[in-house]
Every structure is written in structure tokens, then in C-alpha cells.
Write a protein of this length. Structure first.
Length: 214
């Protein structure tokens, strides 16, 4: 899947980024069209990367580039539509919407419901294999549960397209790019090797967000 300019962003939203410090973000951060004042990360929390804003609001270290952000948000929306529009899934409504405890091989997975991750999940495959998860409802990962990659699988090749809100539980670990139509909420101490690309807001609570290796 192509993410365009959005591929360089660890966090991208349209309505802001709230934060309970301290979080650690490795990768670019941006929000558009809302003012930069809606990005509540401090400069030291963005360990590597640039905070982009549409105006003079926001952290002191920001770079103001409304044109870049318009393009980036457009690329995010195109990627969401691409993922949502994929057909011929390998599985439909696997686990009746509960995939905790499963080991999933590469492919296209579709749910017409919410998706729950109540226990650890493993994605196993090679370094060039791709996983796309289409979720018509919301995605809820339980606290202290992990998504793990095995067999050489890479986070850059894992995409979660979610039509409703996403919640990554307290101290849980997530892998892959989340393409969220609405809110992406990271609970206290949760981490992700991937991207938080939300068409509304991203909420952070002392999290670690790491852009995946390319």
C-alpha cells in the first residue's frame, strides 16, 4: 500500500493531538486543518522527527507548512480509501470479531463488526508479506496484550483500516499502521511500532510511538 507523504509521519490527525506527558515519538507529527495549538506534544517528546503545523500555533520547535500538511492529509485519506476498498478477503469475520490468541498469516481480513484483541496476537510471514485488516466497527486492544511479528514480518507492511474509534490498552503493544476514520486513543504506557493516522484526533498518555523501519 502507498501512503505517500504520510509514510514519514508517526502521528497525523485532522483535529489535534492531546497528550499526558511524557510520551516519546520517533517520526514526524502533524495536524491539519486544525491550528497547531491543538498539538499538545512538547519538543523534547518528539525524539526524532519534525512537528508540522498549519500556522504559528503549537510547540516552539514546530515547522509551519500548511501546504505540506494538506498534501499529507490527502495522502492519508487516499490510503484509507485504498485499504477500505480492497476486495476478495482471505477471511471474513474471523473469530466472530475476536482475534486474541490467533496467529495470522499474510492476507486481507475483513470484519463487519468491531474487532477485539483480548489476548496476544502473532502475525507470521516473510519480510515482503502484507497484512490488511478492514474493520467496519471499532478496534479495542486489551491492556497489557501484545501484537507480535514473527518470521521476518515487518510493521511497515501491516495496515489496520478502522471505520470507528481505536483503543490500544494500557501498556499494550501494537504493530502496524492504523488508518483511523475517527479517534485513535493510546492508553497509559501503550506503545506502537507503526503509525497513528487519524481523521479526527489522536490521544496520548505517556506512550512510545515509533515510525516503522522502511
Amino acid at each position: 500500500m502507498e501512503l505517500g507523504v504520510a509514510s514519514t509521519f508517526a502521528i497525523l490527525s485532522k483535529t489535534g493531538v492531546t497528550n499526558v506527558p511524557a510520551s516519546v515519538v520517533n517520526g514526524n507529527v502533524g495536524s491539519s486543518p486544525i491550528t497547531g495549538a491543538a498539538i499538545h506534544l512538547s519538543c523534547p517528546e518528539v525524539a526524532t522527527g519534525i512537528i508540522y503545523t498549519v500556522d504559528a500555533g503549537g510547540p516552539a520547535c514546530k515547522t509551519t507548512d500548511a501546504t505540506l500538511l494538506t498534501t499529507t492529509v490527502g495522502d492519508m485519506e487516499l490510503a484509507y480509501a485504498d485499504a477500505a476498498g480492497r476486495t476478495l478477503p482471505n477471511a471474513i469475520n474471523l473469530g466472530a470479531g475476536e482475534i486474541g490468541g490467533l496467529t495470522l498469516t499474510p492476507g486481507l481480513y475483513k470484519w463487519n463488526t468491531d474487532l477485539l484483541i483480548s489476548t496476544d496476537v502473532t502475525l507470521t510471514g516473510g519480510p515482503n508479506d502484507i497484512w490488511i485488516f478492514q474493520v467496519a466497527g471499532g478496534l479495542d486492544q486489551a491492556s497489557a496484550k501484545n501484537i507480535t511479528l514473527a518470521g521476518g514480518a515487518q510493521a511497515k507492511n501491516v495496515f489496520w483500516q478502522v471505520a470507528e474509534s481505536v483503543s490500544v490498552g494500557t501498556t499494550a503493544h501494537f504493530e502496524g499502521t492504523i488508518l483511523g476514520k475517527t479517534l485513535i486513543a493510546m492508553k497509559t504506557g501503550a506503545s506502537i511500532n507503526g503509525r497513528l493516522l487519524a481523521q479526527t484526533a489522536v490521544t496520548l498518555q505517556s506512550n512510545v510511538v515509533t515510525l516503522p523501519a522502511q
